[in-house]
Design a protein around this ligand. Structure first.
Ligand code: FAD
Ligand code: SF4
Length: 529
């Protein structure tokens, strides 16, 4: 008997399950361990979007835009691979309204979602916008923690009296105790000291070879082509065939492992050193992976502590403490400062500075070898280390009297790791003293001496670091004294600056006049330096 053939089943229509909740993920919320992703729920739709609202609010380095988009796309793929439903809106998607609220409104309507959820943004601008948006909805909405930071937004402000100074050292010791980091059982600090600054921060000796910086070879050509075709304005350089920054967890972990093996053993010693031959020296370059939340700060801290415990002779206490301080201390501290001082911090200009940022910040074309080196490196790599940012480009902008808005816009645009919660307190408060001294106990400025000691930039510079006036005198010198002279009203009674003002007062009147006149000419002709 012929077997009756079973009628083939009609192909199932690929309809998505109904969406009961739509969840938004921003570009710096790529935390693969977030509890949201513990198990897939077919009723939850995750939304990520590339929007002009975020590419255009400041002029960005091309690596920054490409890096965020590449990491977002990789994260969307990972979520989908883990069984989550994901809607990814590309910048060139015809349905993209280019603003987060408009896109959300359309998607919520189309999906007939019964609930909207988002992760708390770290930037006030988006925090306020999403809170406003949520209030306009007819469906329930909720904001959740990103499960990334070690402190709450308000923790720092609670630790210090209102209106007083935020002391990093107090905050850092509090964090060491709170998380039991480098702490003996009796509560004393491991190694007998809370910080090893005296052993650390040496100039680079030129002999200890720093590791070859680990770069990845991510192909971001489709992304850079899309950015260009969309007409997004960017600056800086990129090799889109070999985008070097980590764009997923696996790459971030590789960068961390590379740092633990090769960078950490000398991190503290050379953390403030600058070398024209070695752009990354012993730094971790983990800031992008941390700031988009591919890595958790405690994962990085624990990994560094483990490396120290496994072999204290290789990774000494001074090295690991220097590194832990950056993440457990500075990073969380800056976040606390941001929430404590916003929104005022964004407009603060305690020194009343008003000059435009010199054009050489966008080209590197200046005879000042230190500034040229750091700007060129920043344009080429979208990265500079802390002391390059603070004591070269930041120092010069402050001495020259550049308006903090212009300084801010540059820092927010140029660095791969620049997100406002960490960029703004570092730039506006710490580097430009625009908060009037709630963060820094004195302005971070220096004359040529510091730069000559901590770098090799002065060798071969058109200017002479030893001269104060004259054609060949290093501009940092006269500008330094002029800065303190101009701001005597605000800074003259600061006990930490007593020595500086004594030096200024002890100068003969004629010498002082000559120095200040020279500084006046420099400030009038910044573009020619
Ligand atoms: P490492 O030297 O290896 O330090 C390890 C980690 O510690 C960093 O990845 C970072 O997460 C953290 N860290 C170190 N110093 C600081 C600090 N002062 N504040 C917060 N975290 C810190 N950092 C940013 O992440 N984004 C910014 O937009 C930013 N803007 C800055 C602007 C100015 C003017 C200055 C002076 C500093 C700025 N920093 C910023 C801090 C610091 O320069 C970078 O975090 C660091 O250079 C990143 O390189 P790295 O990962 O190799 O750091
Ligand atoms: Fe910079 Fe002055 Fe040294 Fe030249 S001489 S590299 S301008 S500090």
């Amino acid at each position: 008997m012929p077997r009756r053939l079973k009628k083939p089943a009609a192909p199932r229509r690929a309809t998505s399950p109904p969406t009961h909740t739509l969840r938004l993920l921003l570009g710096d919320q790529l935390n693969p361990d977030h509890s949201w992703f513990a198990r897939p729920d077919p009723g939850v739709l995750y939304v990520l979007m590339e929007v002009r609202q975020e590419t255009d609010y400041v002029l960005h380095h091309i690596q920054k835009v490409a890096g965020f988009f590449a990491a977002m796309r990789a994260f969307a793929r990972e979520l989908a691979g883990r069984g989550h439903r994901v809607r990814y809106l590309r910048l060139d998607d015809p349905e993209n309204a280019q603003r987060i609220p408009e896109n959300l409104r359309r998607l919520l309507a189309r999906e007939r979602a019964g609930r909207f959820e988002y992760l708390l943004p770290d930037e006030l601008r988006l925090d306020a916008e999403l809170a406003r948006f949520a209030r306009t909805l007819a469906i329930p909405a909720a904001a959740h923690d990103t499960e990334h930071f070690l402190t709450g937004r308000e923790d720092l402000a609670r630790l210090f009296p209102a209106g007083g100074r935020f002391l990093l050292e107090t905050f850092y010791r509090h964090m060491r105790r709170r998380f039991g980091v480098l702490l003996l059982s009796d509560g004393r600090p491991a190694g007998g000291m809370w910080n090893f600054d005296r052993e650390n921060r040496r100039p680079y000796d030129g002999r200890t070879p720093p590791p070859e910086p680990l770069g990845f070879e991510n192909d971001v050509r489709p992304i850079t082509a899309m950015i260009r075709d969309a007409g997004v304005q960017t600056f800086g350089e990129i090799d889109p065939r070999r985008f070097p920054w980590p764009i997923d967890r696996a790459q971030a972990e590789r960068l961390l492992a590379h740092f633990l093996e090769h960078g950490l053993p000398r991190f503290g010693t050379y953390q403030d050193a600058m070398s024209s031959a070695h752009w990354a020296l012993f730094h971790s370059r983990l800031s992008f992976a941390l700031n988009v939340k591919l890595l958790h700060p405690m994962r990085v801290i624990r990994a560094a502590l483990d490396a120290h415990e496994a072999d204290p002779a290789r990774v000494g206490i001074a090295q690991v403490e220097g590194f832990v301080r950056q993440i457990l201390g500075w990073r969380e501290y800056m976040r606390g400062v941001y929430w404590a001082l916003m929104p005022g911090l964004e407009r603060a200009n305690a020194l009343g500075h008003d000059r435009p940022l010199p054009a050489f910040y966008w080209s590197g074309e200046t005879g000042m070898r230190c500034v040229a080196a750091v700007v060129r490196q920043s344009l080429a790599r979208a990265w500079a280390h802390h002391i390059q940012r603070l004591m070269v480009t930041g120092n010069f902008a402050l001495l020259a009297g550049v308006h903090p808005d212009e300084v801010d816009a540059w820092y927010l645009g140029v660095y791969i790791d620049a997100v406002q919660w960490v960029e703004l307190p570092n730039t506006r408060a710490m580097s430009q003293f625009a908060d009037g001294g709630r963060v820094a106990t004195k302005p971070y400025v220096s004359a040529a001496n510091y730069l000559r000691r901590m770098s090799d930039y002065c060798e071969g510079c058109r200017y002479d670091p030893a001269q104060r006036t004259g054609e060949r005198a290093c501009p940092f010198n006269a500008l330094y004294w002029d800065f303190f002279h101009r701001h005597r009203g605000l800074l003259g009674r600061n006990p930490r600056l007593a020595l500086v003002y004594r030096g200024l007062d002890r100068m003969g009147a004629a010498a002082r006049r000559e120095l200040l006149d020279h500084a006046g000419r420099l400030r009038a002709g910044l573009e020619r330096l």
